[in-house]
Write a protein that binds this ligand. Structure first.
Ligand code: HEC
Length: 169
């Protein structure tokens, strides 16, 4: 049993030491023009899924997708989010692939993720990706309306569609 435990410890030290050596020798590319590798992506997604499951609120969006709410969401989205996530004028942001990982183009292909998870991500951001925490810049209610807009951006009523186009000018 002691021999087995010793083997486990030595293996762990070799793996951790090897990983540290890669970083120490400058072999890990830090530029944002390097897409994340498979292992990096898998580890990040495991952490994200587990953390969101634990921390995102378990609730529906408290704001109904009325024209008024969607218009407010569209305006805030254009002002703060379109530069990276794509907007009414440029559905695919030129910055899309300038981040590592690439930025999801939220209004080009509307995701199905629960509103509450997107609300949490927008409020708190994503470490090490370029996604800022908007807490203190947007209120909680404004974030819910931005998310309602994102989720309805491919089926907006005409007045909200017009307000969105106008906000992009
Ligand atoms: C400076 C660029 C930038 C700005 C501005 C920005 N984001 Fe992001 N956003 C990112 C990046 C980078 C990611 C992370 C991509 C990843 O990890 O796959 C991200 C991820 C997200 C995600 C998760 C999407 C998914 O499919 O998992 C949501 C939701 C989001 N942002 C919402 C917003 C909202 C709402 C705003 C405006 C209030 C905003 N972002 C502003 C760069 C930005």
């Amino acid at each position: 049993m002691r021999g087995f435990l010793g083997g486990v410890v030595v293996t762990l030290l070799v793996v951790l030491g090897g990983a540290y050596l890669v970083l120490y020798l400058g072999l890990f590319p830090i530029g944002a023009d390097n897409p994340p590798g498979v292992l990096e992506r898998r580890l990040a997604h495991t952490a994200i899924d587990a953390y969101l499951a634990k921390n995102a609120p378990k609730q529906e969006n408290p704001f109904q997708p009325t024209s008024e709410n969607l218009i407010e969401g569209a305006r805030k989205y254009e002002q703060h989010c379109a530069i990276c996530h794509g907007g009414a004028a440029t559905r695919i942001s030129p910055l899309q692939n300038k981040f590592s990982p690439a930025v999801p183009q939220l209004v080009n292909r509307v995701p199905h993720d629960p509103d509450a998870e997107f609300w949490w991500i927008t409020k708190h951001g994503y470490r090490l990706t370029g996604m800022p925490a908007w807490d203190g810049i947007l209120s909680d209610d404004e974030i819910w309306k931005v998310i309602a807009f994102v989720k309805h951006s491919n089926k907006l009523p005409p007045d909200a569609q017009a307000a969105w186009q106008a906000a992009a000018r």
